[in-house]
Design a protein around this ligand. Structure first.
Ligand code: PEP
Length: 255
């Protein structure tokens, strides 16, 4: 069984001080023996990246950002560049989260530019894909996700794929308390691997980490993380509670 990755997306939550406290609580609760078996990262807001980086220093917890801009620098008010993220200790960056697709109207093309910029600066992108409830009910979800992957990975070389992670996050399951059944998650993860295999080859598809995201919590983590093809989780709500988040990490390390 391959080493899993558990990522916490704190979204637009927590002040600077609260972020520091949560990061410290998480690292205190993590047993180094558990951390030998699993990878984990937290993605606080931009303003808290620095303080969280300090709090997780000398631990196995990694740092990720929730977004990135696709230009190097210049007159782009409010945006944050890849080199800024690197300078504050980020190793990962989320690209194309469904909330950004929905509220900020990010398209596959924009997301692709972000993924490419992350790779150029040696940040590991976590490309989020997933269908809406309507798209699932209309049974067009595979096509939607396939398009998100093909367009999101445009111009990404086989070589760069080794540092890329895909998160399958059905929109209807994010922050709703609903989650995909292990079979639904597994079917989509296998489908995503098939799409990636067609785009590149089997070797790339087999090495690719595919996370599941959507209301993962301490209660459902075991069955979701045990599903075939699920290599970890991207977790929103439950990652804001140190006890629950570290419980999920422990569960992931035992599978
Ligand atoms: C997310 O933010 O990517 C997410 C999956 O959120 P939640 O776990 O709250 O559904």
């Amino acid at each position: 069984m391959r080493r899993k990755l558990i990522a916490g997306n704190w979204k637009m939550n927590l002040s600077y001080k609260e972020s520091e406290k949560l990061a410290k609580n998480i690292t205190e609760k993590l047993d180094p023996k558990v951390m030998q078996k699993i990878d984990t990262l937290v993605c606080p807001s931009f303003i808290s990246l620095g303080i969280v980086n300090k709090a997780i220093k000398d631990t196995e917890v990694k740092l990720g950002a929730q977004d990135i801009y696709y230009e190097n620098d210049g007159a782009y008010t409010g945006e944050v560049s890849a080199s800024m993220l690197k300078s504050v200790g980020c190793e990962y960056v989320i690209a194309g989260h469904s909330e950004r697709r929905k509220y900020i109207h990010e398209t596959n093309k924009i997301i692709n530019r972000k993924v490419r910029k992350a790779i150029e600066f040696e940040l590991k992108p976590i490309l989020c894909v997933g269908e809406s409830l309507e798209e699932r009910e209309d049974e067009i979800f595979e096509g939607v996700v396939e398009k998100q992957i093909i367009e999101g990975l445009s111009e990404i070389t086989k070589e760069s794929m080794k540092d890329l992670v895909i998160a399958y996050e059905p929109v209807w399951a994010i922050g709703t308390g609903l989650n995909a059944t292990p079979k639904q998650a597994s079917d989509m993860h296998l489908f995503i691997a098939k799409v990636v295999s067609k785009l590149y080859d089997n070797e790339v598809a087999e090495a690719l980490l595919i996370l599941y995201g959507g209301s993962v919590n301490g209660k459902n983590a075991k069955e979701i993380l045990s599903a075939c093809g699920v290599d970890g989780a991207l977790i929103g709500g439950a990652s804001l509670k140190a006890d629950e988040f570290t419980d999920i990490i422990k569960i992931g390390a035992q599978i």
